[in-house]
Design a protein around this ligand. Structure first.
Ligand SMILES: C[S@@+](CC[C@H](N)C(=O)[O-])C[C@H]1O[C@@H](n2cnc3c(N)ncnc32)[C@H](O)[C@@H]1O
Length: 236
């Protein structure tokens, strides 16, 4: 049994853990993009792109890391029109899936867009470094890539080296919501969060809390018989 099998070395891994690489992700692409997807990226995305210097200043700001196809993002902006949400995703097909739900075919350049949503399509950690102190009231990290092999632990978003950065941008009392269906990642989150003082760490719950809109990955996990856990950490 090698050190790299999924789940190996969770208990000893924090001390030996390598720091995360500077840049983990750029824009990712799956299969070739269709004409509609190219129009969405070319014409719609720039109208929603977040830039740190823009005048958009909602009174309450939330951030979602890795929105996938955007089900949770769209449900949150509909449920909380008073909140500004910056949603991050690097995968073109996911970005197009969200955009295609916002604008009809042919309306890519002109259809009205929600004013309480902005998209960031590079590594979320780059954005975190650009945001001012204590600007976020809530952070969502739903079903992050688990990177189950211990030699890939440095790529996990829940990482001791990233916690001070997350703590800097969150307001005191802000919520950090994390969900995972992967047993290695679940144990990892518990271990990383037990070893820090920046966040309050109530135990996770097993059933999805009612105001956490369902995501595609969660639905897949449940179909395949895995048991997601849901944590709500609070910035001290
Ligand atoms: C397993 S998927 C989950 C997607 C969605 N949250 C859901 O539950 O359906 C994780 C997503 O996070 C994105 N992602 C991973 N690391 C990221 C990063 N550093 N910045 C932005 N997005 C990231 C990936 O591209 C992927 O789409």
């Amino acid at each position: 049994m090698g050190e790299d099998r999924p789940g190996a070395g969770v208990a000893v891994s924090l001390r030996a853990l390598k720091p995360p690489p500077d840049r983990l992700y750029g824009r990712g692409r799956g299969h070739r993009l269709r004409a509609r997807q190219l129009r969405l990226l070319e014409l719609t995305l720039p109208r929603l792109a977040f830039t740190p210097d823009q005048a958009w200043r909602p009174s309450e700001l939330w951030l979602e890391v890795g929105f996938g196809s955007g089900e949770h993002t769209l449900a949150q902006i509909a449920a909380h029109p008073e909140v500004g949400l910056i949603a991050c995703e690097v995968f073109d097909n996911g970005i197009c899936a969200l955009l295609s739900r916002l604008v009809p075919d042919g309306g890519e350049a002109t259809a009205p867009l929600p004013d309480n949503l902005r998209l960031w399509t590079d590594d979320a950690r780059t954005l975190l470094r650009l945001l001012p102190d204590r600007c976020l009231g809530r952070l969502f990290l739903l079903f992050p890539d688990p990177w189950p092999k211990s030699r890939h632990a440095k790529r996990r978003f829940v990482h001791p080296a990233l916690l001070p950065l997350l703590a800097r941008v969150l307001k005191p009392g802000a919520e950090w919501r994390v969900a995972s269906d992967d047993p290695t990642y679940q144990a990892w989150v518990d271990e990383v969060m037990a070893g820090q003082v920046l966040f309050g760490v109530p135990p996770p719950v097993i059933g999805r809390p009612s105001d956490w809109p369902r995501t595609r990955y969660e639905a897949k996990a449940l179909r395949e018989g895995r048991e997601p856990r849901y944590w709500t950490f609070s910035r001290r």
